[in-house]
Each structure stands twice: as structure tokens, then as C-alpha cells.
Write a protein that binds this ligand. Structure first.
Ligand SMILES: [Ca+2]
Ligand SMILES: [Ca+2]
Length: 355
């Protein structure tokens, strides 16, 4: 894997490769795919969520955490000057509302820029919320304890590490350990863009615990959503620019080994798991070009896929919802609870539907 020093010859070669590689770049962004609509009954937009709902994690009891307000280089924001927020919805209610969670004093709310999230329920039923944060364009992981009585998050610690360079999503393994995806090798915006443009497969997965931090998988174009099977044997990783989901076996020492890869025709963002069936639900970008080059006249579409039996010879992939952007723009996550589907977006609203 290259260092910052070896990156400069790469950057120098970029000019001559521009024309040659533009087609490959369009392929990675799935530039020309049309989106045939698929509708669901009783869909309604969630009041109060107007600047994204990039990731959603639902507890077994139906409480949904939603990260909102992502500011990310090259992507649209409808509230560029407003700090990010975490919303809570109780999906047991008939008409659930999104309530903003208060964050305990001492945490720098002004620079809060939440991205991927993951929950962990401790032995004493304490609920921990891990949040990927990008304060001042850096990557940290913030650990909070959820206090249900007063709808608040108590900040426990900020985790920084040299291997956590450009974190997109995380999946909690314990009260202070997790796997994280780095969607790029470089954290500098220009180098990050070149990395994507040149199709370098330098993106990876890192295991973090207070005792040990290590790379456990590599060779992705851009590792994005990450989650775990209900039996906790397999880790799933979405490679957004490869349009694929990788299944990796988890070992006792936290290392991962590849099992299989499922190729799809869409940019796969975050992954949610049905705790009862093990099905994978994912928010996808059918046309990445429209996501990265925002145009109000040509809106980025939304697409939700359900993947059943991913470990079998013939996994079943179903397009459960699709919209050309007129209702919902840039879906990044889809999570289910008791016959309901909650769809989040990178920078737009959130949609709640019956299945
Ligand atoms: Ca997540
Ligand atoms: Ca993501």
C-alpha cells in the first residue's frame, strides 16, 4: 500500500489518464442507469428531517437512531451551517415523530458532523451509540450512552487513531470495540478524489479496541456500509464503487477472511440486518453521477434492495422501493421493524412506509 510520498507520482500521472479513465469512472458511478419506480403503501416523509438521515440503527425494542446533517466533501448539504444531529423515533407508535436527542455538556456540538452509526446493548441493558464524526473534515468515532428518560446522549469518549483515516460506517462489537470502514485511503480531499478517479483499491476495514487496532480487510474501491449477521459469524461490507456486498467470516482474534461477494447493479451504501430472518436491507444509489453532481433539474434517485439468503448458491435480490428523486433523493440506508420500512438519505429527508 502506498504512502503519501508515492502518491505524488500517481497524482502526476492523472492528467494523462483523464480521458482514458473517464469511461471507467462513469461505470463505477453507474452513470446511465434508468430507475423504474417501485412503490410501497402509506409512505410519508418524516417531519423535522430535512438535511439528511445518512444512517439508521434500530434497537430490538423499536427505538430508531438517525444520524442527520452530514457535510461531506463533494456532496450536497441543505443546511451547510447547521451542526449535525441525532434523532430518535419510537417505531412502536402509530405515527412516530423524530425527536432530536440532546447531547451532554462538554461535547463540541458546533462541529458535530455525524455519518455512520451503530448501537450496542450492554449486559445491564445500557444502550451505547457509536457515531462516526467528521469535525473539521477529520474522522473520529464518538461513543455515547443513551439515556432514554430524558432523550439524551451522554458523551463517553472520542476515539481517534492513525488507522481511522476516512471512516464511513462502523459496527459495534462491544461497549468500546468495533469494526470500521475507511471509504478512502487518503483523507485529503484532492487526493481522495484522485483515488476514486484512478480506481485505486486502497480502502479497507479496521478493527478497533482499546487494546488492539488493526486492518482486517483491504482491497476495496470504497468500503461503505458494514454490519454483522444475527449469528455474529459473518461481517458484511458494501463496496459502493464496486456495486457489491462482501461476506467475510469473523474469527476469534477479530481477523476477517473473505467468503463470497455478491455483485449488484447499483451503488450500495449502508447495510441493515433483519434480526429475525438475517435478510440484508440496503439503501442504494442507482446513479452515483447524479449524487455527486447535484442538479435540482436532475435529482439523485433512491433504491432499496432486500437480499435474502446471501450465503446460499442463489441469493434472492428484491427491489423493494425505487423512486427517481421526486419523493426521496439519494437513499443511503433502509431499516425494518415489524412490517415497517424506514429509509434514510445522504442529505435529503427520511421516508417511512408500510411493507
Ligand atoms: Ca451503520
Ligand atoms: Ca454510508
Amino acid at each position: 500500500m502506498g504512502s503519501l510520498h508515492t502518491a505524488f507520482p500517481v497524482a502526476g500521472a492523472a492528467a494523462s489518464k483523464c480521458a482514458y479513465d473517464s469511461h471507467a469512472e462513469e461505470n463505477r458511478l453507474n452513470a446511465s442507469r434508468e430507475v423504474a419506480p417501485v412503490s410501497l403503501p402509506n409512505c410519508r416523509l418524516i417531519k423535522g428531517i430535512e438535511a439528511g438521515s445518512e444512517d439508521i440503527d434500530i434497537l430490538p425494542n423499536g427505538l430508531a437512531f438517525i444520524s442527520s446533517g452530514l457535510k461531506y466533501p463533494g456532496l450536497k448539504s441543505f443546511a451547510p451551517d447547521k451542526p449535525g444531529e441525532i434523532f430518535l423515533m419510537d417505531l412502536n407508535e402509530d405515527n412516530p415523530r423524530a425527536v432530536e436527542l440532546r447531547i451532554s455538556r462538554g461535547f463540541d456540538v458546533a462541529s458535530f458532523n455525524p455519518h455512520g452509526i451503530s448501537t450496542y446493548v450492554g449486559k445491564d441493558d445500557s444502550v451505547y451509540l457509536f457515531v462516526v464524526n467528521h469535525p473539521h473534515q477529520k474522522s473520529t468515532v464518538e461513543l455515547f450512552k443513551f439515556v432514554e428518560d430524558d432523550n439524551s446522549l451522554v458523551h463517553l469518549k472520542t476515539i481517534r487513531h492513525d488507522l481511522l483515516t476516512s471512516v464511513n460506517d462502523i459496527v459495534a462489537m462491544g461497549p468500546d470495540s468495533f469494526y470500521a470502514t475507511n471509504d478512502h485511503y487518503f483523507s485529503d480531499f484532492i487526493l481522495m478524489f484522485l483515488e476514486m478517479f484512478l480506481g485505486l483499491t486502497w480502502s479497507n476495514v479496521v478493527y478497533y479496541s482499546p487494546k488492539e487496532v488493526k486492518e482486517v480487510a483491504s482491497g476495496f474501491y470504497s468500503a461503505n456500509g458494514i454490519n454483522i449477521s444475527p449469528d455474529r459469524k459473518y461481517i458484511y461490507v458494501a463496496d459502493v464503487l464496486d456495486h457489491s456486498i462482501h461476506v467475510m467470516e469473523k474469527h476469534a482474534n477479530w481477523s476477517l477472511t473473505p467468503v463470497k461477494m455478491l455483485q449488484l447493479d447499483t451503488l450500495v451504501d449502508n447495510l441493515s440486518i433483519d434480526p429475525h430472518t438475517g435478510d440484508i436491507w440496503t439503501g442504494c444509489h442507482p446513479d452515483g453521477m447524479k449524487l455527486f453532481h447535484y442538479d435540482p433539474e436532475n435529482l439523485p434517485a433512491s433504491e432499496v434492495l432486500r437480499i435474502q439468503n446471501i450465503l446460499s448458491e442463489k441469493p434472492v435480490v428484491t427491489r423493494v422501493y425505487a423512486d427517481n428523486g421526486s419523493v426521496l433523493q439519494g437513499s443511503s440506508v433502509a431499516s425494518i421493524y415489524e412490517g415497517k420500512l424506514l429509509i434514510g438519505t445522504v442529505f435529503h429527508r427520511a421516508l417511512y412506509c408500510d411493507l
